[in-house]
Design a protein around this ligand. Sequence first.
Ligand code: UT7
Length: 312
Amino acid sequence: MFYSRVIGVASALPDQIVPNTYFERYLDTSDEWIHKRTGIRNRRWVAEDESGLVLVTSVLKDLIDLYGSPDALIVATCSPDKTLPSMAHRAAEQLGIHGLMFDVNSACTGFMSAFLQADALIKTGTVNRIAVIGMDVMSRLVDRDDRATVVLFGDGAAGVMMERSSKQRILSHHFDSAINTTNLLIDEGSWLEGVVPKISMRGQEVFRLAVRQVSQSITDSLNHAGCGIDEVDWFMCHQANQRIISALASGLSIQEDKFYMTLSEYGNTSSASIPLGLDHAVRSNALQKDQLVVLSSVGAGMSWASSVIQWR
Ligand code: UT7
C-alpha cells in the first residue's frame, strides 16, 4: 500500500472579465442584488471562439513544466466542447504525453470525484504521478436571459499534480449523493429533443441541501481522519454563494475567515473552483506547507464530497 500527496497546483482563466454591471444592461437585475445575494462581483467568460481545451492544456503545461510528466490525467468537467475523444486525451496529445486519460462528470463535485479516484490509483500502485484538472465553461451552459442563473457562473480551469508519497498526506475522503434530487439542478431540454440543454435550478432547495450536506460531509471527513475541526487551517469549499459559506461557518462554529474565498472575482466555476482556490491560496502565501485543509464540494445530482489533506 502506498500513500499519495499533492505536489503542486496551477490554474488558467479566460481574459474576459464580466462584471455584474454587464447584466444590468439587458436584464432586470443590479450589481447590488447580485453582490448582496451571492457575494459575486465579477466572473471570467471565454470568448465565443475560445475552447475549454485551451484552459485545460495551459494548466497541464504549467503542471508538467513544474513537476514533470504524469502517467495519468483526469479532467473533471460537465462542459466539454465535445465528448470524443475526452478532454484529457486531447490535452495530453497537444503536450505529447500518454498514459491513462479520462474525463469525469459529476458537475460541481467533479474535481472531488476525480481527486479521490487519483488518490486510489496512486495508493493501489497503478500510477506514480497523476494530474487532476477541473475545467468548466459554464457560460456555454447557462441561458443568458435567465437572471436567476446567468449571474452565478464563471469559466476557468485549475488542477493539481499528485504523486506517490512515503508519508500519509491525504487523510480521508467522504462522499455521498441523494435520491430524488436529480430535478434540483438540471440541464433543461436535451440533445434528444434537438435542444441545446441550459441550466435550470431550484435555487433555495439547492442552497438548503448544500448547507446541510457540506456541513455533515466536513464533519464526517474530519472524524474519519481523526482530526478536530479546530485543527483545520483552511476550508477550501466549492464557491457557489457567500451566504452558503456564512451558514456553514455559523453552523459548524468556525470563523468565516478560515474559508478561503475566490467567489467575488470568479463566481461559481464548477469543477474548477476548489483547485482554483488552492492555486490562489498558494500564490498569496496563505496556504503553507503542512497546513491541514478540508476540501469540500456539492453539485448537481445532488452529490457531495470532502477530503482532509495535509498540504504538500
Ligand atoms: O454549484 C451548484 C450549487 N449551486 C448553488 O449552491 C446555488 C444555491 N442557491 C443560491 O445561491 C440562491 O438560491 C440564488 C443565488 C440562486 C438565489 O438567491 P435567493 O436569495 O434564494 O433568491 P430567490 O430564488 O428566493 O429569489 C428571490 C427573488 C425572486 O423574485 P420574486 O419571486 O421574489 O419576485 C427572483 O425572481 O429574486 C429574484 N431574482 C433576481 N432578482 C434580481 C432571482 N435572480 C435575480 C437577479 N436579479 N439576478
